[in-house]
Structures are given as structure tokens and as C-alpha cells.
Design a protein around this ligand. Structure first.
Ligand code: CU
Length: 459
């Protein structure tokens, strides 16, 4: 309470003199402690860190081409900052503590304001000690709406997360930095849920058409998903429309931080099971979000949907003449790495482990003084990531989308986060058209905190 008031008073002192009138109406996004019921009824409630008191935070919706403004008010007892994941954003608003801004101390606030060039499904989350802060609940959906939305009956956000809870106390297992999980696959929860509920349920009518915006906000869990009682098409990945909607016929894979927009028709009869299922650790399919069918919206399902309108200026040209930058993904349990640079020192594997670091990108653990590469604005670059570890990594680039360049030279869809499997090589190609310092890191957040973070400079 004391801290809220301090932030509020600081705002009052400045507002009438230094800020335009509308700043008084600036919408707030308050990082604050709250208690929510994540576990099933009968289990204790969970103290969380939240945006505006809910898990996940509020769904922020804005129109493509508009400007988004939020004043982050930090009433937590730790510094924090907000990253607007997937937005082609002004670098100063990217929210990376230590690279693009200072973390916002307890009791203080930060004014985020940026343009929204692209429609699509994005999300926002803490980018200060994110391994702990995102796990404690600091994330929410960010939806940028097309001027002309697709022909659907409803637009639903499904934010998929997992939580590692002590069932006796309801508390998060307070070991976010455990070396065992950080050096392996990362922290996996013991409870999986959608929109803050382990039993998320979506009522629908037969032959109703839904747009489902899936977001994986988990720290490390890769979700295998499938549809039951629904006929669906993938229409966008990581916010960016596919040229042609792809029928969903198989398991969908959603790595940490990735998004997937589906258009689905509810084909199940009233009373039949329908919904989104996930492959659980014991190799059985379990319901992640139930679609309960009541009544009928139309007598027949609709045909394949039209593609979503493309976002502007996303062409990746000049790929053949672009130089290829090698970025081996290194380290981790059972493989290690011979030697890496950390804080300016060359360290062997044992020394690295003693410093709580387990991973490296191209021989560098954590952020160095110099970027992985410096690119001129407008230059096309290719980064070839070879996974020399025995774990998968969800590699995320800030500020710009890339295409995956396949072995035959063809290009995959636009993405901002790509899953690189063990012993696999994935080459990204992109036009460095957004100036600034951009993080390139693994979105298994425990990996990012222990070495798998680098940055690129666009001048
Ligand atoms: Cu990783």
C-alpha cells in the first residue's frame, strides 16, 4: 500500500507540469502481489505476482496501426520491467532490463508507449529475472486486431501455462533457480491450465466458428496439442498470418513463447467431448480446454477459412547474398562445453558450473560487452543455430520476425520463436530493419538465465 501511494504521488508531482493532459488518463498496468485459486477447490490458494491482480494479466486489445500506452506501476518488492513479445517495437520500449532500460524499482513506474504495426496474437511478460517473475504469474495476452477481422463467431484467447505448486500449501515451489532444472529441460509444472484455470471450459454451439489464439506462457514446457470434436485450420504463427490456412490433421507443437491462431468449427454433437487436448508426461491425452457443446449455431460447418491479411513490409529479400552467421547452442547436462566466455573471462565447464551458468551461444555465456553481430539497418542476415546439446531450445529474437530457411533453400513461415531440437540445425533469415539492441535468447527461461542469452545490434 505504501509503495502504491509513493508511485501515485510521484506521478502527481510530475503530471500537471511535464506531461500532456491525456497522461492523467494513462491506463495503468500494475505489477502487484495477489492471491488466486490455481489449484482445484479444496487445495489452498496461491500467492502470485500479477498484472492487475489476475492470472494471467488482463487481455490487452488494441487496433493495428494504433499506439499502445501503459504506465507500469511496480508495487512488488522487486524491480521489474515489461517485454511486449513479438511486437516490432521501438527498442527503448522493449523492456529488457540491463539492455534497453533499467528495471523499474519497487514503488516506481515506467511509461510504455509504442506503435503497433502488425495485427496478431502477442503477449507481454516480465523481462527482469523472468525465470522467477514469469513463473510467479507476470504475463498476459496482447491482441492486435485487424481492421477487418476474419469471419468467425467468436475470438477467444487461450493462454496455456503450467505451475509448480506445493499441494499442501498452495505456494509455488520456491526454487526457481534450481541448478538441476536449469541445467536440464527447465522448470516444468505439476499443474497445467488455460487462462489461470486447470479446468478451463468454453461453452459453444455446434457448427459455431471460433478463432482460438493459443499462447504458451510456460517457463519451459513444450506442449503437444490436438483437437477433438473440432475441425481446425492454423491461420497464423507467432502473430503472423500464413499465406494459406493449414488444416489441422496432426499434433500441433507449441514451444514456450510461441503462439498459434486457429480457426475451428465445432463439429461435435451436443453432449460429445470436444476441446483442446495436450499430451501429458505419462503419454496420455488430457483435456486442456474443454469445449462444451450446447445447441447449434448452423446446420452445416463452413468451408476452409480465408487467409488473414498480411502484415506490412515483412518480405525477406536478399537471402542468397546474405552472410551466414554460425550460432552453436552449447552446454547443458550430459554434454557440457569445453570453454566459454563469461563476464569477459574464458572459463572451462567446471568453472562455468560453479558460477551457476550451464549454457552458451556461440561460445558466449550471457550478455557480453559486444553483440553477437552488428548489422546495418536494412541488411539481410542469416543465423544458423546448431543445437549441440541434448535438450530442445525455443530460440526467440526480439524486435523482428524471421523466416526459417530450409535445407532446400525454401522459406518457412514468419516466426519470432523457433524450436531447435537436439542435433538439429535451424537457419533463420531476416531483414534487420529495426534499429537497436535486440536480445536473441532461449525462451526456456531457466536456460536464458544461465547462459543462453545473447544480443544483436542493428545500427
Ligand atoms: Cu534452452
Amino acid at each position: 500500500m505504501k509503495m502504491t501511494r509513493r508511485a501515485f504521488c510521484a506521478g502527481l508531482t510530475l503530471a500537471p507540469l511535464a506531461r500532456p493532459v491525456q497522461a492523467q488518463d494513462m491506463p495503468l498496468l500494475t505489477a502487484r502481489a495477489a492471491t488466486v485459486q490455481l489449484a482445484p477447490d479444496g487445495y489452498p490458494a496461491t500467492p502470485v505476482w500479477s498484472y492487475d491482480g489476475t492470472i494471467p494479466g488482463p487481455v490487452i486489445r488494441a487496433a493495428q496501426g494504433s499506439r499502445l500506452q501503459r504506465r507500469l506501476v511496480n508495487t512488488l518488492e522487486v524491480p521489474t520491467s515489461v517485454h511486449w513479445h513479438g511486437i516490432r517495437i521501438d527498442n527503448a520500449m522493449d523492456g529488457v532490463a540491463g539492455l534497453t532500460q533499467n528495471a523499474v524499482p519497487p514503488g516506481e513506474s515506467f511509461h510504455y508507449a509504442f506503435d503497433l504495426p502488425d495485427a496478431g496474437t502477442y503477449w507481454y511478460h516480465a523481462h527482469t529475472n523472468s525465470m522467477e517473475q514469469v513463473a510467479r504469474g507476470l504475463s498476459g495476452a496482447l491482441i492486435i486486431e485487424e481492421a477487418t477481422p476474419p469471419d468467425v463467431d467468436r475470438d477467444e484467447v487461450l493462454m496455456i501455462d503450467d505451475w509448480l505448486l506445493d499441494p499442501d500449501t498452495g505456494l509455488f515451489v520456491d526454487d526457481f533457480a534450481a541448478p538441476m532444472t536449469r541445467s536440464h529441460g527447465g522448470q516444468i509444472g505439476n499443474l497445467v491450465g488455460v487462462n489461470g484455470r486447470y479446468d478451463y471450459r468454453l461453452p459453444a454451439r455446434q457448427n459455431e466458428r471460433l478463432r482460438l489464439r493459443l499462447i504458451n506462457s510456460a517457463n519451459a514446457q513444450i506442449f503437444g496439442l490436438k483437437l477433438e470434436g473440432l475441425t481446425g485450420w492454423t491461420v497464423a504463427l507467432d502473430g503472423m498470418p500464413l499465406d494459406t490456412p493449414e488444416p489441422v490433421t496432426d499434433t500441433l507443437v507449441l514451444a514456450p513463447a510461441q503462439r498459434m491462431d486457429l480457426i475451428v468449427d465445432v463439429t461435435a454433437e451436443e453432449g460429445e467431448t470436444a476441446g483442446l487436448l495436450f499430451a501429458s508426461a505419462d503419454d496420455t491425452w488430457r483435456v486442456l480446454a474443454e469445449v462444451s457443446v450446447e445447441g447449434r449455431a448452423a446446420s452445416v460447418p463452413r468451408g476452409a477459412p480465408q487467409p488473414l491479411p498480411r502484415n506490412p513490409g515483412m518480405e525477406v529479400t536478399g537471402i542468397d547474398s546474405a552472410s551466414v552467421l554460425e550460432m552453436p547452442l552449447q552446454g547443458g547436462a550430459m554434454r557440457g562445453v569445453e570453454s566459454v566466455t563469461f563476464n569477459g573471462q574464458r572459463l572451462g565447464w567446471q568453472e562455468l558450473v560453479q558460477k551457476g551458468q550451464f549454457w552458451a551461444l556461440a561460445g558466449q555465456a550471457g550478455l557480453g560487452e559486444t553483440p553477437f553481430t552488428t548489422l546495418s539497418r536494412g541488411e539481410t542476415a542469416r543465423i544458423r543455430m546448431t543445437n549441440d546439446t541434448i535438450f530442445p531450445h525455443a530460440m526467440h529474437m526480439h524486435g523482428m520476425h524471421f523466416r526459417v530457411r530450409k535445407a532446400d533453400g525454401s522459406l518457412g513461415p514468419l516466426r519470432d520463436t523457433v524450436l531447435v531440437m537436439p542435433n538439429e540445425t535451424t537457419e533463420t533469415a531476416f531483414v534487420a530493419d529495426n534499429p537497436g539492441k535486440w536480445l536473441l535468447h532461449c525462451h526456456m527461461l531457466g536456460h536464458a538465465a544461465s547462459g543462453m542469452t545473447n544480443w544483436i545490434m542493428v545500427t
